[in-house]
Write a new protein. Structure first.
Length: 283
């Protein structure tokens, strides 16, 4: 077990989530879901910026033409570089909100949802294309979380947190996924799997909610590294920096009666590994 982190952004986010490196701007994007805020961080000068979304935001990802795609409580919206907002796909469901999201190799957005009360089966994982067409990939999800793809794009990894599993699917040429099976199971007492990222070796890094750590699993499902962190509610991780070698990690304060000083901050492990460039949303 290693503990070689640094503090990237000292913050008090209620539910920090979704770190994403934007290579076009050289900045890190991350969100505070319950704070309804999208944060940007430029590590070179240490400059930070915050945008309020007006409703709970599960994820913010770069768009190929500039701006952001936002996974919001009532659906998926587009934010243009000039700040103009419009809905791409609006589908409000009472009691449900957006959670984690990821962009697939084909530029589609895979957006997760969950119920505020975390009722079993109340969430979904949907695929949205640039024209706003949306289709449900997985129903009967409880807390839709980490989603990622292998370096060759042939496998998709996915987490529905209460299952305690990191699942793997086969990705077909048309983008559909089949053959769901477990890659790894998080044991009792180690927390729940939350967000994930995949590195250039095809290994899967998994954030552990109530586990105070990030784990790295090989493509065969073997645990080969654990990074201990000074915050129990670790939510997600992503590689960033000019060479994509720094692992950025978001954390949360929500629900903690005695949060640690760094709960809600963004942490970084310099030189953790070699990440993959993430595609921008095609819309």
């Amino acid at each position: 077990m290693t503990a070689d982190h640094e503090v990237a952004v000292r913050a008090g986010a209620s539910l920090g989530e979704g770190p994403t490196w934007d290579p076009a701007t050289g900045r890190l994007l991350w969100v505070d879901i319950l704070g309804s805020r999208v944060h940007t961080y430029d590590p070179s000068p240490g400059r930070r910026a915050v945008r309020t979304t007006g409703q709970h935001v599960g994820a913010a990802k770069p768009r190929a033409g500039g701006g952001l795609v936002l996974n919001l409580r009532d659906g998926v919206g587009l934010l243009d570089p000039d700040g103009t907002f419009r809905w791409l796909h609006r589908e409000p469901v009472p009691g449900r909100r957006a959670n984690d999201a990821a962009v697939a190799p084909d530029g589609s957005l895979w957006a997760g949802t969950m119920r505020y009360d975390e009722a079993p089966g109340g969430g979904t994982l949907s695929r949205l294309t640039a024209d706003g067409a949306a289709g449900t990939v997985l129903g009967d999800v409880t807390v839709s979380n980490g989603t990622g793809w292998s370096p060759d794009g042939l496998l998709m990894y996915y987490i529905d947190s209460p299952t305690r599993r990191v699942d793997v699917f086969d990705r077909r040429p048309d983008g559909r996924v089949t053959g769901r099976r477990p890659l790894a199971v998080i044991e009792e007492g180690a927390g729940f799997p939350d967000g994930l990222t995949v590195d250039a070796d095809g290994c899967v890094w998994v954030a552990l909610w109530d586990g105070g750590a990030v784990r790295r699993y090989t493509p065969g499902g073997r645990l080969d590294r654990t990074v201990a962190l000074p915050a129990p509610r670790v939510t997600a991780c992503a590689f960033g920096g000019p060479d994509l070698t720094d692992l950025y990690i978001t954390t949360a304060r929500v629900g903690l009666t005695a949060p640690t000083p760094l709960s809600g901050s963004v942490l970084v492990v310099p030189g953790a590994g070699q990440g993959l460039a993430q595609p921008a949303f095609a819309g």
